[in-house]
Design a protein around this ligand. Structure first.
Ligand SMILES: [Zn+2]
Length: 152
């Protein structure tokens, strides 16, 4: 009887310590994945804005300038309601140097296609069709197994 209670206590203690150790890691990983979802959503919005821009500017050519400064040219042409913030600000909530927050670099990576429009891609997060894996994100952000910033 007494032995059984001791075992239960030991197992509960192990689970508690494991939980205390793992919860921050799980929260940080969730934060990293949320920033990726936000980036991929922003890419869809930008792709739509580029198409609207081209409908209104038939003779325009697609240049990287269109996406510069969060899509400022698209905002001025009223194809995008507001510039998109390319700073990966969701990482503020994990132990990441605030002066080194990465920025999304979203580029047009191919020709216009009737089904997908202009293919866009972020050098950090990948594209909606080919998102970066979690391991790739961790490498690119220099996060260790625990989700802490650990530059090479
Ligand atoms: Zn991105």
């Amino acid at each position: 009887m007494g032995k059984g209670i001791r075992w239960v206590g030991t197992i509960l203690a192990i689970l508690l310590v494991g939980g205390i150790v793992l919860v921050p890691k799980i929260l940080r990983e969730g934060r990293v994945q949320a920033t990726q979802k936000a980036c991929l959503a922003a890419q869809r919005v930008l792709a739509g804005a580029v198409e609207i821009y081209l409908l209104d500017h038939a003779s325009a050519t697609v240049t990287p300038d269109l996406l510069a400064s969060g899509g400022q040219m698209l905002v001025e042409a009223k194809a995008l309601p507001a510039p998109i913030d390319f700073e990966v600000s969701g990482l503020r909530e994990i132990p990441y140097p605030k002066d080194r927050l990465p920025r999304c670099e979203i580029r047009i990576v191919g020709e216009w296609n009737t089904s997908t429009g202009f293919p866009l891609e972020c050098t950090l997060h990948g594209s909606p069709d080919r998102p970066a894996t979690f391991e790739q994100l961790r490498d690119r952000l220099h996060l260790n197994f625990w989700g802490e910033y650990s530059p090479p």
